[in-house]
Design a protein around this ligand. Structure first.
Ligand SMILES: [Zn+2]
Length: 268
């Protein structure tokens, strides 16, 4: 099994990161993709990948990074672009869009319909997202996309991208939206949320097998039976098990196919 989206360089693992990694590989995890979400964690990802043979890294800036860390994200893109050339960098991201649930904006072109704050926020996020799309294209790397409450806006941006190779991580949309992502050639990735929320069963059942990736998004979103605890890569097996159950297929078959998808997607 492969954990295609982990954040092992964050403070939640300060005490026991080596043990967490060891536990993952002892429990049959083949590879871990460690994801950067700002400059510090992108650097952390590069370091982690350089220390462990079976850990690969991505570098990128999350749409909420500026709001959460006070960084100047566009400025930091220069350094992200440098880091992106390091060995073992397999994608750009996580990048994308995150809006409030009650945002007034329906899509980018009607952004004038939203209030001032929404307008400014989406404009800045879209600029940062586009800079990362451009970097990915330049380096011929795939994109790891974070999208919350902004699927229509994300679809609008992605539909203008040539030779798009992207995964929509921690999928939160409908089957209808998933179909649109699939038409654009995107992969879709699921977290431990699917072990307790039934909302995604339709998407999981209808998905073409060759476009599914699975992940923990650890330390967040621990699956059942670890819900509420700190998450870790070894727990990705519960996400694989849920997909096997929902699709009424054997765990072996799901594992073989999904691992193949991740290896092809990240070219590892
Ligand atoms: Zn993440």
């Amino acid at each position: 099994m492969i954990d295609s989206h982990a954040h092992l360089d964050v403070s939640q693992y300060d005490q026991d990161c080596p043990q967490v990694i060891e536990r993952a590989f002892k429990n049959g995890i083949k590879y871990i993709i460690n994801i950067g979400s700002d400059l510090a964690t992108s650097q952390g990802s590069v370091t982690l990948a350089s220390q462990h043979e079976k850990i690969y890294a991505t570098v990128g800036i999350h749409p909420m990074a500026e709001q959460e860390t006070g960084c100047d994200a566009i400025k930091e893109m220069t350094k992200i672009a440098e880091l992106a050339r390091e060995p073992k960098i397999v994608a750009i991201g996580e990048c994308g869009l995150e809006l409030n649930q009650k945002s007034n904006i329906k899509n980018l072109s009607s952004a004038q319909a939203g209030d001032q704050n929404d307008k400014l926020k989406i404009k800045k996020q879209a600029e940062l997202f586009l800079a990362q799309i451009k970097l990915a294209q330049k380096l011929k790397l795939p994109l790891v996309i974070h999208c919350r409450n902004a699927h229509n806006e994300t679809l609008e941006i992605l539909s203008g991208v040539k030779n798009l190779k992207a995964v929509i991580h921690c999928y939160s949309g409908s089957w209808d939206q998933a179909r649109k992502y699939l038409d654009l050639g995107c992969y879709i990735s699921f977290t431990g949320i699917i072990t307790y929320a039934r909302d995604y069963n339709r998407v999981i059942k209808n998905m073409p097998m060759e476009r599914i990736l699975l992940e923990t998004d650890c330390p967040y979103l621990a699956p059942i039976p670890h819900r509420g605890e700190r998450n870790e890569p070894a727990y990705v097996k519960h996400v694989y098990e849920t997909v096997a159950q929902v699709r009424s297929e054997s765990l072996e078959k799901i594992t073989e196919r999904v691992d193949q998808n991740a290896i092809e997607f990240f070219e590892i």
